[in-house]
Design a protein around this ligand. Structure first.
Ligand code: OXD
Ligand code: MN
Length: 650
């Protein structure tokens, strides 16, 4: 039993009153005879049983339910959720539901998310004195124990404790990893069933004694059998999300929403995942994966890292505007990438579903998502319509006059009249990936898909060209390290400030960003050790605006034109010219023919000296304040070289 949970649970008088045997002859004996609403404790591996037992002793649930992932189980949980008032069915669609959260529980809580290591500098870089560190939060082992003991004892009283075995990645793939989430939220169970491969088959794998990431989650407010159960129990004041990489543990309290509670996603696949990846020599990244086939039938796979709400899901499901091109989707949020024995970087999508931002998703922006999400989907915090459907900003063209809208808070909402948004800006659809009409036939290939290019990008209204290619792997790592973007609704930030978001991983690093950069740099040497080259690295920006605030690039389906240029570069075609920041398309090599509006290519690709000098100053300050001596010299060197090139440019 991990020591920290043992300490806070071993004196519980509850054990004595509840359990059939309290003799100290081994862990499992403490819960032998405990009410098991579903499943067989005896059938589980000793490690799994030990994790269940320590969680029972700590959280004191009413009963245990070991999830098997079947339809029958899912239907039962959906019924429970309806009876609790957590979800309502959406009769307009096939097996879809709407959940409304407590309005105080609507996004990831970065300020309450911690990495626990022995030394602070294992988890986060040492920020400059009196500067607020922005690259994660550290917690000591003692404080983590205290945080748990202040929140968890008895937190599941009166509730069922669900045991959710899940695989991140195709079941049995050597690239996949297993987790068990213990939770008191049936909403989390149903969502994990969509987002991961969940159920009995995973428990079977665990019987061969393989290891798993321990994920403990509670929404927090004990029902106590007497207190009326709110429809969305949570404890926002005391919410905390803890990660302990040394023992592959995640502990989350107080929130039922998204990345705070579906622990396979950001907590496991990115934070704990990145620490495992570093140890094992691979990469766990906040990246979409897509396949592009050109009109000659040649297919390449690429990955792309954009901060939250920059259109990752839209790009992952792109409908190309250029004839003869085909895009297929492997994943929209996370990529796990490892070299194979030939030095080819291969990627899997560890997830099984899409947890996409709803507002802005429409038949215009993402028709493939719209074809995916109207069956077997749980919507959260979107608006509903009187004909049993959903609505959000962007779905205006689906409305008819006879339909009334209720906003995400349950209040009547009138188009063009009500001033507040109908759907919360971070409202989501949670939907099975296999329903996507352009899901790639290799999306569950246990060997992953070969990656030919890595894209970084962000929402940059000024100064940053539509696309540029890095000069080298090292320069590409620098480009990832200096990514910046407008803030997102997916976390608790406000407004449209430009924030540094290196590798789109700022909220998701599981260890010191300086060490993360070193690890990325080492991936080139690793490729060379196989006699291979790592993929080329590019930066894209669909969001540049002109002086009147109008977008300079149409985006969406026309982004295929940028991907087409990238494909040419992957094939080493000479269609690029050198600039101070990297290679951009040579004159005429980006296909802008037959675009609806004329494009100001010069402005789209201009590299304003004043802007870049200021950008460099900002980066110097950022590295100095946030990364300090943890910055690898190679990255400092790249920054210096960029400065020299910009100063020399016209
Ligand atoms: C997400 C995010 O939810 O990046 O995918 O915030
Ligand atoms: Mn994401």
């Amino acid at each position: 039993m991990p020591e920290l949970i043992e300490k806070v649970s071993n004196t519980s008088s509850y054990i004595k009153s509840r359990c059939a045997t309290t003799s100290n002859v081994g862990l499992y004996n403490h819960i032998r005879g405990f009410p098991v609403a579903k499943g067989e404790l005896d059938a589980l591996s000793p490690k799994v049983r030990a994790f269940i037992e320590e969680s029972v002793l700590l959280c004191q649930p009413e009963s245990i339910h070991i999830c098997d992932g079947t339809n029958r189980e899912n239907n039962m949980l959906l019924r429970i959720l309806q009876n609790q008032g957590t979800i309502v069915p959406l009769p307009k669609y096939d097996n879809c539901y709407l959940a409304r959260t407590n309005p105080a529980d609507v996004a990831r809580v970065e300020s309450k998310t911690f990495i626990c290591t022995n030394r602070r500098d294992e988890a986060i870089p040492t920020a400059k004195l009196n500067v607020d560190g922005k690259l994660g939060n550290w917690i000591s082992e003692n404080d983590m124990k205290m945080a748990i003991s202040n929140r968890f004892p008895g937190c599941m009283r009166g509730r069922t404790m669900y045991v959710v075995p899940f695989s991140m990645g195709p079941l049995g793939s050597s690239l996949s990893k297993i987790g068990i989430e213990i939770t008191d939220s049936a909403y989390v169970v149903c969502s994990m069933r969509i987002m991961t491969r969940m159920g009995a088959a995973v428990m079977d794998l665990l019987r061969s004694n393989c290891d798993f990431v321990r994920c403990l989650h509670s929404v927090g407010t004990p029902a106590n059998g007497k207190i009326e159960q709110p429809s969305w129990p949570c404890d926002p004041e005391r919410t905390i999300i803890l990660h302990k990489p040394a023992s592959n543990e995640i502990v989350s309290y107080g929130s039922g929403y998204g990345g705070n509670s579906l622990l396979g996603k950001k907590c496991f696949a990115l934070r704990i995942g990145s620490t495992i990846a570093k140890k094992e020599g691979w990469l766990a990244e906040h990246m979409l994966i897509l396949g592009i086939t050109n009109p000659k039938g040649e297919k390449k796979y690429i990955v792309a890292a954009f901060p939250s709400a920059c259109g990752k899901t839209n790009l992952a499901m792109l409908t190309p505007s250029l004839p003869g091109y085909k895009v297929e989707c492997i994943g929209d949020d996370i990529a796990w990438m490892k070299y194979d024995e030939n030095g080819q970087l291969r990627a899997i999508n560890p997830e099984n579903g899409f947890f996409g931002v709803a507002p802005g998703t429409s038949n215009k922006t993402n028709p493939n998502a719209m074809k995916t999400i109207f069956k077997n989907t749980i919507f959260t915090n979107v608006a509903s319509t009187s004909d049993g459907g959903v609505y959000w900003e962007g779905m205006e063209d689906t409305l008819t006059n006879d339909v009334q809208i209720t906003d995400w808070l349950g209040k009547p909402w009138i188009p063009k009249v009500t001033k507040t948004p109908a759907a919360h800006p971070n409202s989501r659809f949670c939907t099975p990936a296999k329903q996507c009409p352009i899901i790639d036939r290799n999306w569950e290939n246990p060997d992953g898909v070969p990656i030919s290019a890595i894209l970084f990008g962000g929402r940059r209204p000024n100064g940053v060209p539509l696309v540029y290619e890095s000069f080298s792997w090292q320069h590409g790592v620098f480009v990832g390290a200096t990514m910046r973007s407008e803030a997102t609704a997916a976390a608790e930030h406000k407004g449209k400030v430009i924030m540094n978001d290196p590798f789109a991983m700022r909220p998701f690093f599981g260890y010191n960003f300086g060490a993360y950069l070193k690890h990325w740099l080492s991936m080139e040497t690793r490729a060379h050790s196989y006699g291979a080259q790592p993929p080329k690295i590019f930066h894209v920006n669909w969001f540049r605006k002109d002086a009147n605030g109008q977008f300079l690039w149409p985006g969406y389906g026309d982004n295929i034109r940028v991907l087409e240029w990238i494909l040419k570069r992957i094939n080493n075609e000479s269609c690029a010219k050198k600039t101070a920041i990297g290679y951009i398309p040579s004159d005429g090599s980006l296909n802008v023919e037959q675009l609806q509006d004329e494009i100001n290519v010069n402005e789209l690709f201009s590299i304003p000296k004043e802007f870049w000098l200021k950008e460099i100053d900002d980066i110097i300050r950022y590295f100095d304040e946030q990364v300090g001596s943890d910055l690898p010299p190679e990255i400092a060197h790249e920054l210096n070289d960029l400065k020299i090139r910009i100063e020399k440019s016209n």
